[in-house]
Design a protein around this ligand. Structure first.
Ligand SMILES: C[S@@+](CC[C@H](N)C(=O)[O-])C[C@H]1O[C@@H](n2cnc3c(N)ncnc32)[C@H](O)[C@@H]1O
Length: 632
């Protein structure tokens, strides 16, 4: 029986819960007066979350710490002056596709996507460097000031030399890797939907540390599973201790209570037949005895008079009354002589699918050799990429959590297996899942087959893989549609989205003066207006940065229209209309206002003078008062 509290509620506990929702990474534990452990807040980490300078602390507490941890939190919370530039030439079906491929460092990309995809991603799958002692990871300098850091962020691409091999002779071997993962996961968590989930492939080198930082970032109550994937079956007999045949896939939900785990579709439905035209539909024979102990002990009498006891080391599956019911309903296959009867298991009565188990064997999810095989078959070459995952494995994960229209993000995308799996699953179930792949344009080794085949970067491998996999999947779907079984519905191959928009990270389109107009000297005003955009940037570039700035998604349909001789971009009917031309006149303003856009963006330098700018506002007030007008 519950005992009444007989006192006012403990607001501290409530407040702690509120903070935990906002900043799960600041939760820790402490002991109360009686020595029992209880949840508490790590005030230093909370302070760091709210501060734009490094916070000092020296207290002991329960948490995983490493040099550079707070600096990486600071980094995760600091804005960057970078943007994405579209690359139509490398894209497939740019105007209509809803898939996105981004080339760049994933930390920068995650930050760039922060507003547009806040709370919108259903599933993140990542397969980061495992920190085996041979991986290249991004170099970070933890001892720098915020200003230096910001400068450095802008310089990463130009220097191009920030990737370094993290060998275990590095004094910060684990710390560097942890910081690299921590800052990315902190930003990535915000992108997840409330019912979203993240899957991270990892091996024994860092699984324990990764679990700890994920407990901190996602909350340990949101840990879902540590899936063991059988990556190889063969035994390496030269192994000194064990021949390692598995990887981990650690799984966290954004909020486990909200997460709706799907069942895995049954793939053994072919075993169900209807040889006797049973009105309850296809069935398969199921044994009536099992090893599991069950207390029911009765004698079964077959219609041929044979009496059967349960076998010595097995038990009846059914209680006596259920057994009698099955007999009465004629659902028993008696069999000859003294053989044990079977019962009919109807397809219509089994669950639509199977609850996933935490061991993914290679027959169910594929293995490394399958992964390499499918990649080299597609790209018609040998070993092009060292550690691809099989698309079947990623498809299984997608089946567990995604439905049509969900967005799937992979920000260590490598050969783009995740994109391949999403297109494949859409072709199988008619879904409209969309993907976002992020990959560093990491150079391939000059001696590698990939390099010789013309793939100078891993991003080039990834993009080509999507092009080829997309075509193949579409062709296979068309073939399948020609050979449908009775009752099977075709999936429209024309609607399968196998395109993708390519974007690349770059420094902002705007000149420094845009961010620091106070630095302008008197009399410079006019030239500032004309020149606040970098000379090499196109209207497409400007539109992309505006879309991101306004928090719109990158996959919205864009229409490029010529209106009265001006280039006008119309994003998702009237979500945004933008015109970056010079000498904007009232006719074009009236035409745009007539579209009644939610948001409209012009170039500041597009107006001849201040008077024009004020007039434009007046005209919108009259013609489309709801429109929010902005300039760049
Ligand atoms: C193990 S691979 C992923 C393989 C992938 N799952 C597949 O099936 O092909 C890790 C990838 O992450 C990329 N990578 C490493 N650091 C990165 C960063 N900072 N930003 C983006 N990609 C990065 C590497 O270039 C590599 O291609």
């Amino acid at each position: 029986m519950d005992k009444l509290k007989m006192q006012t509620p403990n607001l501290i506990d409530k407040n702690i819960e509120q903070i935990a929702k906002l900043f799960p990474n600041v939760m820790t534990e402490t002991r109360d007066e009686a020595g029992n452990s209880k949840r508490a807040i790590d005030f230093d980490l909370l302070k760091q979350n709210l501060s734009d300078v490094l916070v000092d602390d020296e207290d002991e507490r329960y948490r995983l710490d490493w040099p550079g941890k707070k600096a990486s939190l600071l980094k995760a919370n600091t804005p960057i002056n970078k943007t994405l530039r579209p690359c139509r030439e490398e894209s497939v079906d740019f105007d209509n596709t809803e898939n996105v491929y981004i080339e760049g460092d994933n930390f920068e990309v995650l930050k760039i996507l922060q507003e547009s995809y806040l709370g919108k991603i259903k599933m993140i799958y990542i397969d980061p460097p495992y920190n085996t002692g041979n991986d290249f990871i991004y170099k970070d300098n933890f001892k720098i000031s915020k200003e230096e850091y910001e400068e450095e962020i802008g310089a990463v691409d130009e220097e191009g030399g920030k990737l370094f091999k993290n060998t275990d002779s590095n004094g910060r071997f684990h710390s560097d890797w942890l910081s690299m993962m921590y800052e990315r996961l902190v930003v990535a968590r915000d992108l997840l939907k409330d019912d979203g989930v993240v899957f991270i492939s990892i091996d024994d080198n860092e699984v324990h540390n990764l679990r700890k930082i994920c407990d901190e970032i996602f909350g340990e109550e949101n840990f879902v599973a540590n899936i063991i994937w059988e990556k190889v079956h063969t035994r390496k007999n030269s192994s000194k201790y064990f021949s390692i045949s598995h990887d981990h896939i650690i799984t966290y939900a954004k909020d486990k209570i909200n997460w709706d785990r799907h069942l895995i579709p049954r793939d053994n439905t072919d075993a169900y037949k209807n040889s006797d035209n049973d009105p309850k539909g296809p069935w398969k024979p199921d044994p009536i005895t099992a090893h599991n102990y069950y207390s029911a002990d009765y004698i079964i009498e077959k219609p041929n008079g044979v009496k059967l006891k349960r076998p010595q080391d097995r038990y009846w599956v059914y209680s006596e009354s259920t057994w009698k019911e099955r007999v009465a309903k004629n659902e028993v296959i008696w069999g000859e002589g003294d053989s044990y009867p079977m019962v009919k298991r109807y397809l219509s009565e089994v669950q639509d699918g199977l609850v996933p188990i935490t061991i993914f064997d290679r027959k169910f999810a594929g293995d490394t050799s399958m992964a390499k095989g499918e990649l080299s078959d597609l790209l018609l070459l040998g070993a092009l990429f060292d550690y691809p995952k099989p698309s079947l494995l990623i498809k299984r994960l997608q089946q567990i959590t995604t439905s049509s229209n969900d967005i799937i993000l992979d920000f260590f995308s490598g050969s783009a297996t995740t994109a391949h799996a999403a297109m494949q699953l859409n072709a199988e179930d008619g879904g409209k899942r969309k993907f976002i792949m992020v990959q560093l344009p990491e150079q391939t080794d000059e001696k590698s087959e990939a390099y010789k085949a013309g793939y100078k970067t891993i991003a080039e491998i990834g993009k080509d893989r999507i092009r080829r996999a997309g075509k193949k999947i579409k062709e296979e779907l068309k073939e399948k549609n020609k050979q449908l079984k009775l009752g099977e519905k075709p999936i429209d191959a024309a609607k399968l989205d196998i395109g993708f928009r390519v974007y690349k990270t770059d420094l902002t389109n705007m000149k420094d003066v845009y961010y620091h107009p106070e630095k302008l000297q008197q009399g410079q005003q006019l030239s500032f207006l004309e020149n606040n955009i970098k000379e090499d940037r196109t209207p497409d570039d400007l539109l992309t940065q505006v879309i991101l700035d306004l928090g719109l998604e990158l996959n919205l349909p864009i229409e490029k229209k010529d209106i009265l001789g001006n280039t006008v971009f119309i994003v998702q009917t009237n979500a945004l209309v933008a015109c970056f031309d010079n000498n904007i006149n009232f006719e074009i303003v009236d035409e745009i206002a007539g579209l009644k856009p939610f948001k409209v963006v012009f170039k500041d330098a597009g107006f001849t003078d201040d008077k024009d700018r004020i007039n434009v506002e007046e005209r919108f007030k009259r013609l489309s008062p709801e429109t929010v007008i902005s300039v760049i």
